[in-house]
Design a protein around this ligand. Sequence first.
Ligand SMILES: [Zn+2]
Length: 260
Amino acid sequence: MTVSGALATSLVPEPASALVQPSERYFRKMSSFDDPHPMDVMARKEDFQLLRMTLRRIKRVQKLVGYGNFNLLNFDDMLKVARSYTSVERFTRAELAFLEKLFYVDASTYGFYGTKVLRNLTDNVDRKITARVRGTGQRIFSGRALERYERIKRAVGPDLVLTSGVRSIVKQLYLFMRKAERAEGNLSLASRSLAPPGYSFHAIGDFDVGKRGLGGANFTDAFARTDVYRRLVDLGFVEMRYPQRNLFGVRFEPWHIRVA
Ligand SMILES: [Zn+2]
């Protein structure tokens, strides 16, 4: 992709050694996840331009299909929507090539060490095996994930809310690209707080919870200081995907509930 081969290989892949013997430097980087780091891998200039253009088009798709539908929108359906509406217009060849590169690049080249859970850009999330969660605009996979959410909700009480449920590859592309755009093309920085597309467990069962009324701060350390989080811990519900001092290259995410 983007991560120019030359650039990526010229950098010593620091986290590989961090996996063997995690250094304090690695943990410091993870706790200041939103700051650029000297070893961070940046998108090449022309790729950053493409990222911005492609993201603008994806945003137009989201506006058209609506927030709730966009969470589950599959890649081929996104292309179909783009082709069919003049307010979006079809993705250019260069944009499609960019999205492919972004999806298929091995994220460890820029410091993300999670598992790839969806292998193909066109892998679908099947809406039929998800259930709507009233009042959230979100859906959760029926079965284990939904049961777990309902159990947690019953135990913790009405102050607990679902902040993010099922996310398709398109939704994850959007979130990751938006983060990378705000970080001026710093892919490493983006991946410290957002799983790259294909690597998010939201595509197969995990979900995020928060405290009612806390808003965007639910996705910050502030959540770990709430009574809702304390109750989650006390009741034994917190089986974390990304705990403190994890070796995935990901910040501490106290709000992310592991199901898959
Ligand atoms: Zn999450």
